[in-house]
Design a protein around this ligand. Structure first.
Ligand SMILES: [Zn+2]
Length: 318
């Protein structure tokens, strides 16, 4: 009798295993749809003027400008792309940790992550020789080694510091050589593996070579998507007359870019160490122009992705 029950259990188990193998895990991020966009205003206010996070310009601060532009980007997306959910990982002027930002993006299943920042370049210090000055020194003379006072002319050095001329926009994508970081995050957010039929989340064995292969493929697609979006953003900036320093990767990697399971970019709006750029970025008009450019680039990216729906959607091999 016991053996009989045991056999039934074995049959049920085998049946379940077979059923689970018939699932076709499908990537819910998309099948090429941009439904949820996360806008991340960099840094934040920590309570007092000296407790600000981010760069300090001549008059403006990075956290304030990033916040103002982010709010305008959100409004533009809502205007240009009605029906798309746009969420803010820093909705108030106050500081939010990097972990909170990436957790927010992942738990809300964003299809795009756009972080907004400002750049800063340190002053250039230059040491210049300016005339000479008289210096007193002593020499020993005679058998007793008596000290004798003497004078000589030595060059005079002055240190000057001047504003760094660096200016223009930059957009960062995640560091390709740190691909494993992105893969780990995609794995950790295992609920992106879904049953195509009923949205039921599968338990995915992350050691399964098929899953590993799939994750590697998504990571590649996220990278390609990030580069595409970053290029579109820089193109829009050029159209409004901004100097573009191009699409870049940082050797060290940028946490929010590595830790978000979706295509992600980080925009540097300009240099707060450059007076003209800072004034532009602090003006309502400048902020609005930047916001329209960013939203316009996102709209173009969305159109491209959704047009190529059939080619961008991926399903895992059995
Ligand atoms: Zn920053």
């Amino acid at each position: 009798m016991k053996n009989w029950i045991f056999s039934i259990l074995i049959i049920i188990c085998l049946g379940l295993i077979t059923i689970s193998f018939t699932y076709r895990p499908e990537f819910n991020q998309g099948a090429g749809k941009i439904n949820t966009i996360i806008i991340d205003a960099g840094h934040g206010f920590k309570g007092s003027l000296t407790a600000r996070d981010g760069a300090m310009g001549f008059e403006g601060t990075e956290d304030e400008i990033s916040y103002e532009v982010s709010k305008k980007v959100v409004a533009e997306i809502e205007k240009q792309m009605p029906g798309v959910k746009v969420l803010e990982s820093r909705p108030t002027p106050y500081f939010v940790t990097l972990k909170q930002r990436s957790d927010f993006a992942n738990s809300n299943k964003g299809n795009l992550f756009v972080s907004i920042h400002c750049n800063y370049a340190p002053k250039i210090r230059e040491v210049v020789k300016e005339g000479t000055r008289q210096e007193t020194y002593y020499v020993k003379s005679g058998k007793k080694g008596k000290k004798v006072k003497k004078t000589r002319q030595v060059p005079n050095y002055k240190t000057y510091s001047q504003s760094n001329p660096a200016h223009g926009t930059e957009t960062y994508v995640f560091a390709a050589h740190k691909t494993e970081d992105k893969e780990d995050i995609i794995m950790e957010n295992g609920d992106i593996f879904q049953n195509e039929k009923d949205d039921e989340t599968l338990n995915v064995n992350i050691n399964d070579p098929v899953v590993k292969q799939q994750v590697a493929l998504w990571t590649k697609q996220f990278f390609a998507g990030s580069v595409k979006l970053a290029s579109l953003v820089e193109e829009e900036f050029v159209k409004i007359g901004r100097a573009s320093r191009g699409v870049k990767q940082r050797q060290k990697g940028i946490w929010v870019l590595q830790a978000t399971a979706m295509p992600s970019i980080l925009i540097e709006l300009g240099f707060l160490s450059h007076r003209e750029e800072e004034a532009f970025l602090m003006s309502q008009e400048g902020q609005q122009m930047m916001a329209e450019s960013i939203a316009g680039a996102i709209k173009k990216y969305k159109d491209i992705v959704e047009k190529n729906n059939h080619t961008t959607s991926v399903s895992a091999k059995q």
